[in-house]
Design a protein around this ligand. Structure first.
Ligand SMILES: Cc1cc2nc3c(=O)[nH]c(=O)nc-3n(C[C@H](O)[C@H](O)[C@H](O)COP(=O)(O)OP(=O)(O)OC[C@H]3O[C@@H](n4cnc5c(N)ncnc54)[C@H](O)[C@@H]3O)c2cc1C
Length: 86
């Protein structure tokens, strides 16, 4: 699951970043609560932190999701997440 990289018309996408972020978080949480596996591909540290807290609160097992980042972007975050054992 990603936030699309391209600017789209408002008929098909949220034009404001705040709305994109809010909806992205919402669909990840819905997907997880319904028992689905989630590949969460983002470099957004705030969303990563919120999803980690959410999975802990709802006892979502670590093997039900993964974080994905493009190689070379936010390598600091990648290391930090790896250290949490997720
Ligand atoms: C594994 C993976 C595959 C993806 N595949 C697609 C795809 O097929 N189609 C598609 O439309 N989108 C794809 N994306 C999403 C896209 O690359 C951006 O990640 C997304 O549009 C920007 O949102 P963000 O979640 O990174 O958070 P944001 O809040 O937008 O960004 C968080 C931080 O990361 C930085 N950042 C984000 N993307 C990049 C980048 N590409 N280069 C440098 N810095 C960056 C931002 O500047 C900001 O500092 C993919 C992302 C990942 C991780």
């Amino acid at each position: 699951m990603v936030k699309g990289a391209y600017k789209e018309f408002s008929e098909v996408a949220f034009p404001k970043k705040a709305d994109v972020d809010k909806n992205y978080e919402k669909i990840i949480k819905t997907h997880l609560l319904n028992g689905n596996y989630a590949g969460i591909a983002t470099h957004d540290d705030k969303i990563v932190d919120k999803i980690i807290q959410f999975t802990q609160k709802h006892y979502i097992p670590k093997n039900q999701f993964e974080f994905q980042m493009l190689y070379g972007i936010r390598s600091d975050s990648t290391k930090a997440i790896s250290c949490t054992g997720i």
